[in-house]
Design a binder for this molecule. Structure first.
Ligand code: MGP
Length: 207
């Protein structure tokens, strides 16, 4: 081994304490700013099942390590059945328009072609990380959660906000475009939950 190379490898030696040599560091959990609950909407099998019957909380977590444990044990986005949804929301907020924390808000949304295949997995993961890491917002508490809808026509990713204040929304929308790796031509829409129910309503913002 050349002298230079052996010097370089010396500097790699684990004489300093790292997470690999210190057991308590290795098992440390890195807390998130908020607790998050993963919800799942299973596809409707018969018409008597309504929205509320199909939507169920799966698990709540509060650390980075728990997130990865859960993420690695649930089906990836591209393997979900048609008409199912994942929802990741702050603990205590139901992923429904009716929840009082959602009632005055709305959602930024982008529809990917359902031909996207496994590429959706990385985009959905990026969305999840931006929400739990809270890098998608400046204003703490503007974002309530993120939703994945698997439909025949499209796979949609939506970020749900607490209110409809244009200035705050713009920041979230611009960040979402980066997270989802969208080009300038790929537009995302913001629609309030109030307007979503109205036929022919136009989005409040388009980016
Ligand atoms: P969807 O899943 O948002 O859209 O809502 P989808 O499946 O593409 O169908 P679309 O044709 O309506 O666009 C599907 C249906 O689920 C809605 O029409 C509601 O009946 C119900 N639903 C969805 N959400 C998010 C809610 C909610 O928050 N509250 C209630 N009560 N029903 C909801």
């Amino acid at each position: 081994m050349s002298e230079e190379l052996s010097k370089q490898t010396e500097s790699l030696s684990l004489d300093k304490e790292t997470v690999l040599t210190n057991k308590s560091e290795f098992t440390a959990k890195h807390p998130l700013n908020n607790k998050w609950t993963l919800w799942y909407t299973k596809p409707q099998v018969n018409k008597s099942e309504n929205w509320h019957d199909l939507l169920k909380p799966v698990i709540t977590f509060s650390s980075v390590e728990e997130f990865w444990g859960i993420y690695n044990s649930i089906p990836p986005a591209n393997q979900l059945p048609l008409k199912s949804d994942y929802h990741l929301f702050k603990e205590g907020i139901k992923p429904e328009w009716e929840d009082e924390q959602n009632a005055k808000g709305g959602k930024w949304q982008y529809s990917f072609s359902n031909k996207i295949g496994p590429a959706i997995n990385d985009l959905w993961l990026r969305g999840l990380l931006s929400v739990i890491g809270e890098t998608i917002e400046d204003e703490e508490d503007e974002v309530n959660g993120i939703v994945l809808n698997v439909r025949r026509q499209a796979i949609r990713i939506g970020v749900w906000t607490k209110d409809c204040d244009n200035a705050k929304l713009r920041t979230v929308g611009e960040r979402l475009k980066k997270v989802l790796k969208l080009s300038d031509d790929q537009k995302i829409d913001f629609m309030s939950h109030d307007d979503s129910g109205k036929k022919g309503a136009e989005p409040q913002l388009v980016l």
